[in-house]
Design a protein around this ligand. Sequence first.
Ligand code: TGC
Ligand code: FAD
Length: 387
Amino acid sequence: MALNPYDLFDIRSLLTEEEQAVQDAVARFTDERVIPIIGDCFDKGEFPHHLIAEMAEMGLLGSSLPTEYGCAGMNAVSYGLICQELERGDSGIRSFASVQSSLCMYPIYAYGSEEQRKRWLPPMAKGEVIGCFGLTEPHGGSDPANMKTHAKRDGGDWLINGGKMWITNGNLANIAIVWAQTDDGINGFILEKGMPGFTAQVVHRKMSLRASVTSALFFDNVRVPEANRLASVKGLKGPLGCLTQARYGITWGPIGAAIDCLHTANEYAKSRILFGKPIASTQAVQLKLADMARRITLAQLLSLQLGRLKDAGKMQPTQVSLAKWNNVRMALDIAREARDILGGAGITTEYSPIRHALNLESVITYEGTETVHQLVVGRELTGINAF
Ligand code: TGC
Ligand code: FAD
């Protein structure tokens, strides 16, 4: 029986029927709604806003949170499959879902009051309220402990001053989860669009994630009521806890981008005739395609086991770091190699590999750079902190 070239180890057979159904539904959405338009969106530097309502309708926003808040209550493996299928379309679409789900809805759920959960989560699940997550500052994203943005008590309120950089969904968002230094350590706040002194500015001239909105946020004496503070967490573990959720999804996402690149390169190589035969019949090209399949298979197994550990409540941040490092590196290398197999045709966005490669340059940097994740694994092995 012929094997599925994009799932050589039949990893799909390890999924439950429900997980397979989630994957199939999101795959259909990507094939029918994302792939036909995303090249143009990337060229124009536009995020396809009209897809938000459709993603919400499918339960893709806050998919792992409980149904009592209007969310789908799916397991971690299903969330991973959602990320994989969305990123097969484009990293920018997966980024939108990651930020909304893991970086905005998750902290409200995990660190917020019941009142905050009831107020924000149902409209966020419907895509009526969009969130962004402000941790990184211009002077150095890898070291968020060194943040300058601060919040000072003023009567019953807080006054926030500072700024954030490289914020996904920034200009789209109705609310921002903002992390700020206080006299009592780092705290998280929900800032609302329109609060005086809170502004966002789009980052232009991006060569990566062009179908995603990226912004700088500015806070000039923004008055935020105590009711908007995420009161049940303090310190860096607050934002890092959110990053663990998002990074988990990001271990899956690039598998989708890599599968799309392998598929594109394979089809092209079978039809491209050079020296009287398809380039797919040469040993050089087959070696490249085989190596892509090998690396994708390993990444699939890594993320699936990570998801099973997460669903069992046993996932550790170091495991997430290893998988984020491995899987993003795998996808970036495959995207560049696929681009090469397409020759000159590979340099235009008519074919997806160069778009995926450019996007993955962001994915390998955000949510902890490759180096940061390598050093987290190194610290685990040696017991010595290299930061
Ligand atoms: P350390 O000072 O040792 O720890 C502070 C506290 O945090 C706890 N902790 C974690 N908790 C949950 N998850 C994790 N991954 C955690 N890592 C640490 C830790 O136990 C401690 O708790 P406590 O109770 O003792 O206070 O911090 P560290 O030395 O581990 O951190 C250093 C380092 C470099 C790993 C960390 O600063 C880091 O990860 N830097 C990278 C920053 C980053 O990833 N920024 C991402 C910004 S958001 C983004 O990029 C979104 S892109 C979204 C998209 O479009 O998809
Ligand atoms: P730096 O931290 O300045 O790193 C520069 C270089 O130094 C890197 O190569 C890094 O690996 C290396 N380095 C760092 N530490 C060490 C060390 N100890 N030893 C050796 N080398 C080291 N942030 C948010 O808060 N919210 C968002 O929604 C968000 N979205 C993003 C979207 C995009 C498109 C991009 C590009 C970024 C986004 N980010 C977001 C920011 C992202 O998390 C940061 O870019 C990332 O954490 C790296 O920070 P930096 O860019 O300041 O690089």
